[in-house]
Design a protein around this ligand. Sequence first.
Ligand SMILES: Nc1nc2c(c(=O)[nH]1)N[C@H]1C(S)=C(S)[C@@H](COP(=O)(O)O)O[C@H]1N2
Ligand SMILES: [Mo]
Length: 322
Amino acid sequence: MTCYRYPAISESEITPKALFDQRRKFLRQGIGLGAAAAFAPGMLFSPTAHAWSEVLSRRLDSDLPSEGMAGGESLTSFEDITTYNNFYELGTGKRDPEIYAHKLVTEPWALSIEGEVEKSGTVALEDVIKRYPLEERIYRLRCVEAWSMVIPWIGFPLAELLKHHGLTSRSKYVVFEAICDPNNLRGQRRSILDWPYQEALRIDEAMHPLTMMAVGLYGEAMPNQNGAPIRLVVPWKYGFKSIKSVVKIKVVEEKPTTSWQETNPEEYGFYANVNPEVDHPRWSQARERRIGEPGRRKTLMFNGYATEVAHLYADLDLQRDY
Ligand SMILES: Nc1nc2c(c(=O)[nH]1)N[C@H]1C(S)=C(S)[C@@H](COP(=O)(O)O)O[C@H]1N2
Ligand SMILES: [Mo]
């Protein structure tokens, strides 16, 4: 796939904006989301600049329902969640995403919904945010590299979005595509992956109530390094399935491929369900390092969500279909 190269954005077009001044719950200091471009070239619509962040910040100021779904385990600190990241578009070092976070241009943002849906089209992010009630969900996140965190996400179920657009009888898989902007994203000037980053789910996984589209964490709009302005979160799968900075959602009939599968099919499967009994070819998956905690803890089957999701895989051989 070729990645469209945006014309370079000149400094004069970049409007710095302090986005978050007052926060309801987890108030801390020093978190700025950096520069936001007034307009990214190539957009097919022209919404008001900063439209989604204003809509979102109003929503975040109201009390959102919150559900703890990490067995009461303590939250990983905001500091760790936002400084130890995988976001290869911004570099492969764990601190690169935070260091280069300001390079991610998120205003304006649109989501295009395509393929096997009744109503396809491009929707401005502010309209997506207005459509669905937001909620907080505390989930474990387990990276395939054997580290993990507990993160209080804010978002809405992906199922709501898919239902809104209406699935056709040929809807079998959902493909997600992330931002492509090599002029600003240094990682995309190297062929680490076949950009843009692509992920996919089977339709029943996509419609599962645990699967969410997240627009924030810790009571705030999504920090750029965590995949602003909107990302997928699938808590029972390895972290690489939870694609960041999504621009396109396409419903398809044929099983699609994913970036990591393409790059290394021996090591990364389509399902990528967290499974302590299936080792990565280069390391064991039986244990994990919880960021901020000493030692290692046991990795749980389906990352602790077996009760909710094991039935989806009743017909699979989990040793083979990893
Ligand atoms: N677009 C994009 N999404 C991505 C990645 C990436 O490099 N690019 N890395 C994935 C990996 S490997 C993990 S573990 C999680 C990390 O999410 P976090 O940094 O918010 O903890 O994001 C996933 N989503
Ligand atoms: Mo990961």
